[in-house]
Structure formats: C-alpha cells, structure tokens
Design a protein around this ligand. Structure first.
Ligand code: 6PG
Length: 241
C-alpha cells in the first residue's frame, strides 16, 4: 500500500499532472484487463482537468470504448443543474470522448425520489460488473474540501463507519452546495487499485497538513487504497500563499 504526495507549482501544472495520471492508469488497466473502471470526482477542481483530457494529445491516447465511467459522489439535483457533477463532466469531457459508449456512463442517481433504494441499485450495478468478485475500481478520482471531506464523506458522519454498503446517501453540512448527496463509502474507495486526489487552493492547506502527517482524523485521511497519489498545487501544500 503506497501513499504519495506530489506538489505542482501552479493549478495548470496540477491539472496537467492529473490528466497524465488518468491517461496512464486507464491505458495500463486496458492493457492488463481489457477495460478501465473509472470513478470521476465532483466539485470544481475537475473543471481544470477535463479540457486537457478532452483535447489533443491526451484525447487520442486512450481507447475510450473500454471505459466504464461512474461518480464517487453526486448532489441531489437533475443532470442539467449547474451543481450536477454529472452535468459538468458531460459538457466538459464525456461529450468529447471518441468511442465512449453511452451504456458505459453510469450517472449516480442522487436526485431519485427514493435515494436509499437508488443507492442500493447503483451498488448492484457496480457489483454486476465484477460478477461476484470484490469490486475494485481501476481508478477513483477524488477531491478534498477545506474540512477534510472527500466524495460526500463528511467529518463526523455516520457513513464513515460503514463496513458493508458500497454506496450510501449522505447529507452535507450547512453552508455547502446541495445538502442531499449520494456517495461511495470507504470500503469501496479503499478497495480501488488506485486513488488519485487532485487538490488546489490554500484553503485546503490545514487539512492537507493533517493528512500528510498520517492522521486519520479527517475523512480524506482514511483513504488508503493499494496506490494513493495526492497531487497538490503549491497553495494546498502550504508552499505558496
Ligand atoms: C462534491 C465533491 C467534493 C469535492 C470537494 C472539493 O461533489 O462536492 O465530490 O468531495 O471534491 O468538495 O471541491 P472543490 O474541487 O470544488 O474544491
């Protein structure tokens, strides 16, 4: 099990390093297993990375017809809502990927009328792709909030203690965009072959210090997959103001 931190000088360099990592892991998974199961991150940081994946040279470096795309978390809004993680990915990435199959894009149904049932159905969909084996994503892409939350796993939330379910409903603390959420749980995240954190901004520096010190106090500090790579910009690493 490896946890690695890399600091990039600027948000642009961070985005390029993240895009390169995604292309490399996807290519490796396709060579080894004929497919790549990728879970996309939510939040605003992916907006820096999507255009790099959706354009040359990287867009031509992956056989997108071999991808199965999921989300690590989602807000309870319709797909065309500005706060939809799916909506952002659709517009900035998915619509630009040659060969990506529509049945390989698995939007997380956080806005379903019965969200508990929808979470269970999303879990069943993931399990079906593993035919009874333990679900292991090739890559789970995550962000982190200033409070140390990741996906929609928030400090002090009951979902952090979950040991069985792979997908759950969640509630964001007051003040965050869209309270009602759906999220991967730690058992699914920590079963991944690799996890990629992409974190920018000095408002994340305090939480990053805690995680880099090895503390498991914060939700993001509890992520320990086979390979966990943290890509930080200088501000998040506390190197620049
Ligand atoms: C979400 C996320 C969340 C996000 C962090 C960082 O849907 O809000 O998945 O975990 O990754 O809040 O968000 P930023 O990238 O906007 O800083």
């Amino acid at each position: 099990m490896s946890v690695e931190f890399k600091v990039l000088p600027t948000p642009a360099a961070l985005a390029a390093a993240a895009a390169d990592r995604i292309v490399a892991v996807a290519g490796n998974a396709i060579r080894r297993r004929g497919r790549c199961l990728l879970a996309l991150s939510g939040g605003s940081t992916p907006r820096l990375v999507y255009p790099l994946l959706a354009s040359s040279p990287r867009v031509g470096a992956v056989d997108w017809s071999r991808l199965q795309i999921f989300w690590g978390d989602e807000r309870a809004v319709p797909p065309d809502h500005p706060e939809s993680n799916y909506g952002v990915a659709r517009a900035m990435l998915l619509d630009h990927l040659p060969g990506l199959r529509s049945d390989a894009v698995h939007r997380m149904p956080a806005d379903a009328p019965d969200r508990v049932a929808a979470a269970a159905e999303y879990e069943r969909r993931i399990r079906r792709l593993f035919a009874g084996d333990r679900p292991r994503f090739d890559l789970i892409w995550l962000g982190m909030g200033p409070d140390g939350h990741t996906a929609s796993l928030f400090p002090g939330a009951g979902s952090l203690a979950e040991r069985q379910r792979l997908v759950m409903t969640a509630t964001a603390p007051a003040g965050m965009a869209v309270a009602d959420r759906m999220t991967f749980t730690l058992p699914l995240i920590n079963a991944a072959r690799s996890v990629l954190f992409v974190v920018a901004g000095h408002d994340k520096a305090t939480a990053i210090r805690s995680v880099r010190a090895g503390s498991r106090e914060l939700p993001a500090g509890r992520v320990r997959a086979r390979s966990t790579l943290w890509l930080l910009d200088g501000a998040a690493a506390g190197a620049t103001q």
